[in-house]
Design a protein around this ligand. Structure first.
Ligand SMILES: C[S@@+](CC[C@H](N)C(=O)[O-])C[C@H]1O[C@@H](n2cnc3c(N)ncnc32)[C@H](O)[C@@H]1O
Length: 314
């Protein structure tokens, strides 16, 4: 029988188990789920075999849970390469990042942005340096796949929260896949837990597309994802997913017997200031067992009913 994962305490709370160290994600990522970790751990299954995160990004939930066995997947090859480098050579990646920190300036940022390092360690240090000093931690590449985000306002390259060896130890328990979400979800078996946090796209809304990689995550991808998750549930996996609160997304999941609930949060990282503010998102679960009055589910028949959260920072 597979080992049961430990569920780490919520961030900002002292760990009950002294052997579990709190880990802050090493990257800041658009759509990162630190807010979810701070507010919604109650929707997660209490126990599971393997933890599967098919859209890893900064893997906020993975680092909060520190599961004993996991699969992390993302289409962003540079991101997964960074995790691979930290997993095997965390000390060298940290030293290379410290070197960037010493040289950091606006001009140096653009010099580093223009480089194409070949070694895994230099690639990872470049990714971390750009992530910490670019505009809002955004990852965006042009049609040639070259990172093209301008310099941001932050100068801190080394962070107080950095714990490279703890991040490496957590990553050593994970299989890392640079690929499509289906590569990870199709591995899910009975008792596994999938946390799926895809780019948010809604049907018939080209303006709502979010570009993470060269290729847009299309509505067809959303349908493919919902089918893939439904198949995993049929095999006995437990699913929690997040998405945009839009009728098309609610229909997509409720027609596949998932439960949707609405949550709202404050976001200050949406590019133009006019987009900053209160956002509604969906939390989609494969089971309604965890419903409670304070966690009211939004079912197709009662879509007016909503769970409202207080505003929380990104
Ligand atoms: C909303 S972010 C995930 C954020 C993550 N939960 C966190 O806490 O930082 C979505 C991620 O999906 C990845 N992605 C986009 N298309 C994908 C695909 N087809 N398969 C796997 N990952 C994909 C993006 O590179 C991005 O990192």
């Amino acid at each position: 029988m597979a080992a049961k994962p430990r569920i780490a305490p919520m961030p900002k709370q002292p760990p009950a188990d002294k052997s579990v160290r709190l880990i802050t994600p090493i990257l800041k990522w658009p759509g990162g789920k630190r807010w979810f970790v701070a507010r919604h751990m109650d929707v997660l299954p209490k126990q599971f075999n393997r933890y599967i995160e098919p859209f890893a990004g900064s893997a906020s939930l993975f680092f909060a849970l520190q599961p004993t066995t996991a699969i992390l997947c993302d289409k962003n090859e540079e991101l997964i390469a960074t995790y691979r480098a930290i997993r095997s050579r965390s000390g060298l990646v940290k030293s290379a990042l410290e070197d960037h920190a010493q040289k950091h300036s606006d001009a140096y940022y653009y010099q580093v942005r223009a480089t194409k390092p070949t070694s895994l360690i230099a690639k990872a240090a470049r990714m971390l340096y750009l992530n910490r000093t670019c505009f809002n931690g955004i990852y965006r590449v042009n049609h040639q796949g070259i990172f093209n985000v301008p310099r941001g306002s932050k100068d801190a390259v080394m962070l107080d929260t950095d714990d490279f060896s703890a991040v490496a130890a957590a990553l050593r328990k994970a299989e890392l896949i640079a690929g499509d979400f289906s590569d990870a979800i199709n591995k899910a078996q009975k008792g596994d837990f999938i946390f799926a946090d895809p780019p948010y796209t809604v049907q018939h809304n080209n303006n709502g597309f979010i570009k993470y990689n060269e290729k847009i995550f299309s509505w067809e991808d959303q349908v493919r994802l919902a089918d893939c998750l439904a198949a995993a549930v049929c095999r006995g996996a437990n699913v929690v997913s997040t998405n945009a609160n839009h009728q098309s997304v609610r229909d997509l999941y409720s027609s596949r017997s998932f439960t949707c609930r609405v949550t709202s949060r404050f976001s200050a990282i949406s590019g133009g200031g006019q987009h900053r503010g209160q956002y509604e998102e969906l939390i989609i679960t494969s089971s309604s067992k965890r419903e409670s009055p304070a966690n009211e589910a939004l079912r197709p028949s009662q879509q007016g009913g909503r769970l409202r959260d207080t505003a929380i920072p990104n």
